[in-house]
Design a protein around this ligand. Structure first.
Ligand SMILES: [Zn+2]
Ligand SMILES: [Zn+2]
Length: 293
């Protein structure tokens, strides 16, 4: 297995979501095997509320591999079951406990970012949903004082009743949370485009990130999910597409890949893939080619 040198890694933090089948350390191996310099992973089965504790030797091997590879910008994605503003009290309780468990796993592994979807209000209304999300984060943060892993809220496409599809909503969550320094933001290119932020051309791209700067502040932005969108601008439908094959198109990604403000922010693919990861390899190649030498 060829391990990229640390010097090469400085150029761009680019990678993909990797399967953790066989253990979290296996996700690192997979990332290294295709030359990733950034990585996203689940620290447990994403369709379960809880999982058995990470084993000591797996944690050690994970840390060793991360160190050796020089992989920076590691992001963990939380379980799809978690809804921090669930209307059902049992699910809300479970969601909070599960989120705390996710934070703990990241803390053990030294993963700096836990990416999460804000939640779906399922009929309670947006204002009440946002209030509940803030409450959930406060409860979890209170139980995990001094943790280094940041809670990274992902901008959503706004499908169904999901919250967090405007920068204003994201700002509301961050400023409502007591421990604001525990909070950061991930921009998913597919999601913001589907939510109505037109990053497919220069003017729209500039306006989008000017809005982000004005409303949230670029210092809060710690990760990108780089996905093209199967559906159109403002469609509010969350369907990822391979880079350049969707409605955003290559220009939007060219602007992003050459934006110096974001050069040291991890960019992670969540595009459709098969077990041999050839789609990731292709998408990474496409993105790297867009970088002006
Ligand atoms: Zn995403
Ligand atoms: Zn998505």
């Amino acid at each position: 297995m060829k391990v990229k040198t640390k010097k090469e890694n400085k150029e761009v933090l680019l990678g993909a979501h990797m399967s953790s089948a066989g253990g979290v350390d296996k996700a690192v191996e997979r990332a290294i095997s295709i030359g990733c310099t950034a990585l996203q992973l689940f620290t447990k089965n994403n369709n379960q509320w809880f999982s058995k504790k990470l084993e000591e030797d797996v944690i050690e091997n994970y840390k060793k591999l991360i160190l050796e590879s020089g992989l920076k910008g590691v992001v963990s994605h939380d379980s799809y079951l978690i809804n921090l503003c669930a209307a059902n009290p049992d699910i809300l309780k479970k969601s909070r406990a599960s989120f705390l468990d996710e934070l703990e796993r990241c803390e053990f592994l030294g993963v700096p970012y836990l990416n999460f979807h804000p939640g779906a209000h399922v009929g309670q209304g947006e204002a009440d949903g946002l209030k509940k999300i803030i409450e959930s984060l406060d409860i979890v943060h209170e139980k995990s004082k001094n943790y280094k892993t940041l809670s990274v809220v992902e901008v959503t496409a706004g499908q169904g009743t999901t919250l967090g599809y405007t920068f204003e909503q994201i700002k509301k969550i961050i400023s409502g949370v007591e421990q604001k320094n525990r909070m950061a933001v991930c921009v998913d290119t597919c999601h913001i485009f589907a939510a109505g932020y037109d990053i497919s051309n220069e003017k729209g791209y500039e306006k989008t990130f000017q809005d982000f700067e004005d409303i949230i502040g670029l210092e809060k932005l710690v990760a990108f999910h780089v996905n093209d969108s199967k559906k159109g601008l403002g469609s509010k439908v969350d369907r990822h597409e391979n880079i350049g094959k969707g409605e955003i198109g290559l220009l939007g990604f060219k602007l992003l890949m050459n934006d110096e403000r974001f050069s040291q922010i991890p960019k992670i693919l969540e595009t459709p893939k098969s077990e041999d990861m050839h789609e990731d390899v292709e998408n990474i190649k496409v993105l790297k080619k867009l970088i002006k030498k």
